[in-house]
Design a protein around this ligand. Structure first.
Ligand code: FAD
Length: 475
């Protein structure tokens, strides 16, 4: 490419949303340039390798698929295998100090078995009658109209709940219930997003929980590889280590981008730009004053991102649970609750239960992650404490963790975790006030969460560009 070139579409960022949008558009015959700042594609789906045939997935693991498989099919990506996890085996709970017992996850729709009621008593602090009240509350919220839910989008749970329950115990338990899905501050969560956790979206199939399955390479890295291939196959021109410095806008229309490359600053002309940047980074490359004030305000609210404090443990064979004396074969997440108030202490996931190639035969990788606000991530003492807590937990949960341990690794990332239920308004797929600018990714305003949201927003942006968008009333 010379100092300047023309494209139909420039995609800024090769995370999940960018890759999917680029591949769909390329396959539809558009001339697409994909620019990625890093020297590898995948964004927050990231994995690292450890000598001896190990892969540790340091980003996304397990995703709800209501739209994802459709999006993947539209990219033409082939051969990426997923394994589905039965809904009742997606999440269980481990409460520190309960002698190694695991507890049932109180999904609002779950039948009230003795096991579940025991968990409700310990974790939510409710008796059977109060639990029924909590379920009624969830049901009432799930039956609100789309308009009523939308009105609660920017409203936090603590502001909204008093209109739905007068009982402090039920309100507290509702917050704890939301916390168990994986947030450290449910009171600040968007009430609409909380409701979305249990509310089917009209016209969409219910999400199926999936993980990367038996692929030629281990872990979610296989997904990135499959998409990389699809993007190349679709004729997309991909440039790595090419950070975009500005999205150029004139007279309310996108005109192209300027980006850094080996030869210096280059320009690519295009009347359509798809940005895969998270909203708190968008204004680094696009002038704030080009956008509407509401949009700018909402994007600013996303800037308080947190991350994870994490560790991976490799075992020679699966360690046995203290509770049963048997190897831990649970395929989903084990949420961990710690401290006297059983606060959210993170979670444990056996990566090798889904993607056996994360480790050589007979070896297993257990990953531990604690969602953490930024203030914890920059506090070394706190980080050390969390890692030490994980080590202690393993001995509390398993009989023979120390004997079977082969190696362990620790890390932290600081690039976002609280998106699922954030109270910050999500930016729309079509950037308001700027013709030709589309936003894709986890934080975009589509009725889906996390990787599924990235996939759905990418399809919607591609459809807008290809002129195949559904009428707005149907969304
Ligand atoms: C630790 C962790 C665990 C997670 N676990 C799960 C999970 O279990 N399930 C789930 O569904 N989701 C999970 N997520 C969320 C999931 O990773 C994202 O939803 C998914 O990766 C989609 O990302 P995205 O499309 O928003 O793009 P991102 O991954 O944010 O990609 C953005 C891309 O843009 C690039 N970029 C940025 N600036 C520029 C620039 N100026 N020029 C060019 N390129 C640029 C970046 O390098 C990056 O590649 C997790 C996230 C994290 C961090």
């Amino acid at each position: 490419m010379g100092m300047s070139d023309d494209f139909d579409v420039v995609v800024v960022g090769g995370g999940l949303g960018g890759l999917i949008a680029a591949a769909i558009l390329g396959r539809a015959g558009r001339r697409v340039l994909l620019l990625e700042r890093e020297d590898a594609l995948g964004g927050r789906i990231r994995s690292f390798e450890i000598e001896g045939g190990y892969v540790v997935d340091a980003g996304a693991y397990l995703w709800p698929d209501a739209h994802f498989s459709e999006a993947l099919e539209r990219t033409g990506a082939e051969d990426f295998q997923v394994s589905e996890i039965p809904r009742e085996r997606v999440l269980r709970l481990y409460a520190a100090g309960q002698d190694g017992h695991r507890l049932a996850f109180p999904f609002p729709a779950r039948a009230a078995s003795e096991k579940l009621l025991a968990s409700v008593r310990i974790v939510l602090g409710l008796d059977r009658g109060q639990y029924e009240e909590l379920i009624e509350l969830w049901q009432r919220l799930a039956s609100l109209s789309d308009g009523e839910v939308d009105a609660l989008r920017g409203v936090s749970m603590s502001e909204a709940l008093p209109s739905f329950t007068t009982s402090a115990a039920i309100a507290e338990a509702f917050g704890r219930n939301v916390m168990l899905y994986g947030t450290y501050d449910p009171t600040a969560a968007s009430m609409a997003e909380c409701i979305g956790l249990c509310r089917p979206v009209a016209g969409h199939r219910q999400a199926v929980p999936v993980v990367a399955g038996l692929n030629p390479v281990g872990g979610v890295r296989a997904l990135v590889k499959a998409l990389e291939k699809a993007v190349a196959h679709a004729g997309v021109e991909t440039r790595l280590s090419s950070p975009v410095k500005s999205i150029d806008i004139a007279g309310g229309r996108v005109t192209g981008v300027s980006f850094e490359s080996v030869g210096g600053l280059s320009r690519a002309r295009a009347s359509r730009v798809v940005s895969n940047l998270p909203p708190w980074q968008l204004f680094d490359i696009a002038p704030r004053e080009s956008f509407t004030p509401d949009f700018v305000r909402d994007c600013a609210r996303w800037s308080a991102v947190g991350g994870v404090i994490a560790a991976a443990y490799c075992f020679d064979g699966l360690p046995c649970l203290r509770e049963t004396g048997k190897p831990d074969e649970f395929p989903g997440w084990t949420r961990v609750l710690t401290g006297s108030n059983l606060g959210f202490g993170g979670g444990l996931l056996w990566a090798t239960h889904h993607s056996p190639r994360n480790a050589p035969a007979g070896r297993h990788i257990l990953q531990a992650m604690r969602l953490s606000p930024h203030r914890d991530l920059v506090d070394d003492e706190k980080v050390c404490q969390v890692h030490a807590d994980f080590d202690g937990l393993l001995d509390e949960i398993y009989l023979d963790a120390s004997e079977k341990l082969v190696w362990s690794r620790q890390w932290k990332t600081d690039d976002g975790t609280e998106f699922m239920v954030s109270a910050a308004g999500r930016p729309p797929v079509c950037a308001p006030g700027i013709e030709g600018l589309y936003l894709v990714g986890e934080t975009t305003d589509v009725p889906a969460v996390q990787m599924d949201a990235a996939a759905l927003s990418a399809m919607r942006a591609a459809d807008e560009i290809l002129g195949r968008a559904q009428p707005r009333a149907q969304r």
